[in-house]
Every structure is written in structure tokens, then in C-alpha cells.
Design a protein around this ligand. Structure first.
Ligand code: ZN
Ligand code: ZN
Length: 289
């Protein structure tokens, strides 16, 4: 069994305010726990700050360790890391996983956001031990879960991840935070990229996926690396997903608008005779699969 807790659900930039209270204003961060209690963190947006405080409370003085999977290095997915208090405690250990092809880049990006011209505390002042690994190149043996990764369509590159508890036979969690499903010449993905993606997502218990735009909005943002509600629902149905979680909400999207979009997505599922459940990720929400 995997247990998810959403600490940040908003895309692009933190969006606090009275219109975003319910779904939340923090940028992407999801805590995942395996049945053995192993800690997995998906992205290090501003939501990771509160997660850090919670982890310290829960640890009650014991060392904290876990795996942090970064989908990519854009600000909204790394900007919380310098405020993740457990990295400033000796004895804690974190592995930061990135794409095989961009491993060095992920380490450099994380270090550079703590360079003195942009941040007052340097990477060298981190007291926890941190190592950087590539998800496709290293074995995860002994951690009590399986993971696979795929490149998705996003400017600068981004990764989608598929996790399963234990030996990998249980229901899968697929996390694809930033991905453009719409037609665009922006990426040099092969002609069968969508078939490959459907295979990667196939039969997932939960699919957490970028859902930034309405179709009207997308017309003005083609090539920016994000998806429409329609395209995400189509992917979930084609891949026989049990539950679709709309994620990476547009900063301007109010709580009431998110509610409307969820209703529209449910109607799309019904119109196609599908059974996929659709919900929107909200800060503080917990799911198990
Ligand atoms: Zn993003
Ligand atoms: Zn991005």
C-alpha cells in the first residue's frame, strides 16, 4: 500500500490568497510512504517547507532519511529545498534522484539556487548527507518499492515516475507533474510518444498529472509544456487509470473554478463510458492505493 499526502499542488509560482485556500497555493510537493514506512518525496516546491516541519515533529529526535525525486529543475519544483529544515540537521540522509541524462544538471541546479548572489545560505552549510543519483542507472534494491521513469514533453526536459509498493505487483502511482499532451512541434519526441506514454501509465491506481489549461487558454500557451483538462482525461481513459488527480493548478485558477473543471472532467469520463474517478489535488489531502 502506498500512502500519499499533498503538501503543494500549484504550478509555476506560489499563489496564496483567499481564492486559493482550499486547493492551496504552495508549489509541487507530495509525500509518499510505502507500507514499510519508507519516505519518498516528489518534487521540492514550496510545499516541502511545511513537510520538513512535520517530519521533524514526527521524528521526535530520530534521524530522518528518504528519497527525493525531482521531475525537473524549474523553480517551482526546487525552490522549497533551501527551506526544508531536515537538510540542516546532522544525521539525516537524503538521496536526490533525477533523470539519468540530466543527473549532473540536477545537482548543479540545486547547488546554484543556493549560491550567494541568490540565497544567503550556501549548499556547503547543509548538515545532512545528500547524494545525487540517476533513477534509471541505479538499483533501488532494499528500499521496499519499485520505480521506473520516462521522459515527458516539457521545455528543458522533465521526468514522469511510476512507483509501486514492495515487489511492484500492487497498484501503481504515476506522477507526471509537468507535461504537454497537446500537439506541438516544440519537442523532438518520436511519432509514437503517446502510445509509449499510455503504456507507461497503463492500469495505474492513481495518476497525478499536470492539468493547467482549459482548451481556450492552451491556444495561447502551446509549447509552454503543460496540458489541458481534456487531454489529461483522454490519457487517463486510454490508459485505464482508476483515479485521475488533477495537479499543477494554474496560479490564477480559483477554488471555485477548480471545482467546475473537476465537474467537466467527470462529465467527459461519463460521455466516453469510462469509470475513471477524477479529483483535484488539494493541500493536506491524503490518498491511499
Ligand atoms: Zn512546474
Ligand atoms: Zn516546468
Amino acid at each position: 500500500m502506498l500512502r500519499l499526502h499533498f503538501w503543494g499542488t500549484r504550478g509555476s509560482i506560489p499563489s496564496p490568497g483567499s481564492q486559493t485556500v482550499r486547493y492551496g497555493g504552495n508549489t509541487p510537493c507530495v509525500e509518499v510512504r510505502t507500507s514499510e514506512g519508507w519516505l519518498i518525496i516528489l518534487d521540492a516546491g514550496t510545499g516541502i517547507r511545511e513537510l520538513g516541519r512535520s517530519l521533524i515533529d514526527r521524528a521526535n529526535g530520530a534521524p530522518i532519511q528518504g528519497d527525493i525525486f525531482l521531475s525537473h529543475g524549474h523553480w517551482d519544483h526546487i525552490q522549497g529545498l533551501p527551506f526544508f529544515a531536515p537538510i540542516f540537521q546532522r544525521g539525516n540522509h537524503f538521496t536526490i534522484w533525477g533523470a539519468q541524462t540530466t543527473e549532473a544538471r540536477v545537482e548543479r541546479i540545486v547547488r546554484d539556487q543556493m549560491s550567494p548572489v541568490v540565497f544567503p545560505v550556501s549548499f556547503e552549510e547543509i548538515a545532512a548527507s545528500i547524494d545525487f543519483r540517476s533513477v534509471l542507472g541505479d538499483s533501488l534494491e532494499g528500499r521496499g518499492y519499485t520505480v521506473s521513469a520516462t521522459e515527458v514533453r516539457h521545455p528543458g526536459g522533465a521526468m514522469g515516475y511510476r512507483f509501486a509498493d514492495g515487489n511492484g505487483r500492487g497498484p501503481a502511482l504515476v506522477y507526471i507533474s509537468d507535461n504537454e499532451l497537446g500537439a506541438t512541434e516544440k519537442y523532438d519526441s518520436p511519432g509514437h510518444w503517446r502510445d509509449d506514454l499510455v503504456r507507461f501509465v497503463r492500469d495505474a491506481g492513481v495518476l497525478v498529472h499536470d492539468a493547467m489549461y482549459t482548451r481556450e487558454e492552451y491556444d495561447h500557451h502551446r509549447g509552454w509544456g503543460h496540458s489541458t483538462y481534456h487531454d489529461v482525461v483522454a490519457l487517463a481513459l486510454d490508459a485505464n487509470v482508476e483515479r485521475l488527480v488533477l495537479f499543477h493548478h494554474k496560479p490564477e485558477r480559483s477554488d471555485d473554478e477548480v471545482d467546475q473543471r473537476v465537474d467537466e472532467c467527470k462529465a467527459l469520463v461519463r460521455a466516453r463510458g469510462g469509470t475513471t474517478d477524477v479529483i483535484a489535488a488539494s493541500e493536506g489531502m491524503t490518498l491511499t492505493l
